[in-house]
Design a protein. Structure first.
Length: 158
């Protein structure tokens, strides 16, 4: 449990997943609504900015969907952490551009360390999302296990 609130880590991870999914839907959609702002921060050595903006937008939307679907949430949490690291060069480019007079220096410099809590947020979700079994599936699994054990003459208790 976390603190004395009585809320489990799994419950917090569930809330965190939905909040991160909402953020990723917003930012992923924004990649397509207003791509020019994103294109300007793609480092030149990556090549076609439009391709990378669309690719990262699709990746963010896919991560949002993966976080919303409980069976894929753990893997998607790790995927989000990787995504946040992979897009970091764009944040550096944003800061470089701002220091050269293109954009807000304050926003660009605040944006750089903001990537750390985003990575930690995604890792928290990945580490605290359990194997998802619905109560029905868990009951069926326990029932099968009990039948197998009774056939072998062993107890299900350990």
């Amino acid at each position: 449990m976390i603190a004395s609130s009585g809320i489990t880590r799994a419950r917090w991870a569930n809330v965190a997943a939905w909040l991160l999914a909402a953020l990723l839907v917003t930012t992923g959609t924004w990649h397509f609504v207003s791509p020019r702002g994103f294109e300007s921060i793609v480092p030149r050595f990556f090549g076609s900015p439009g391709f990378w903006v669309a690719t990262s937008g699709v990746a963010e939307l896919a991560c949002a969907a993966g976080l919303a679907y409980r069976p894929t949430r753990r893997l998607t949490g790790w995927s989000c952490a990787v995504l946040f690291v992979v897009v970091f060069p764009a944040n550096i480019m944003m800061a470089v551009n701002a220091l050269h007079g293109d954009g807000s220096v304050l926003i660009a410099l605040v944006r750089l360390p903001l990537q750390i809590p985003l990575v930690l947020w995604a890792v928290f979700i990945a580490r605290n999302t359990g194997a998802s079994r619905s109560p029905t599936t868990s009951a069926a699994f326990a029932s099968r296990r009990a039948r197998r054990s009774s056939r072998r003459g062993t107890s299900t208790r350990r």
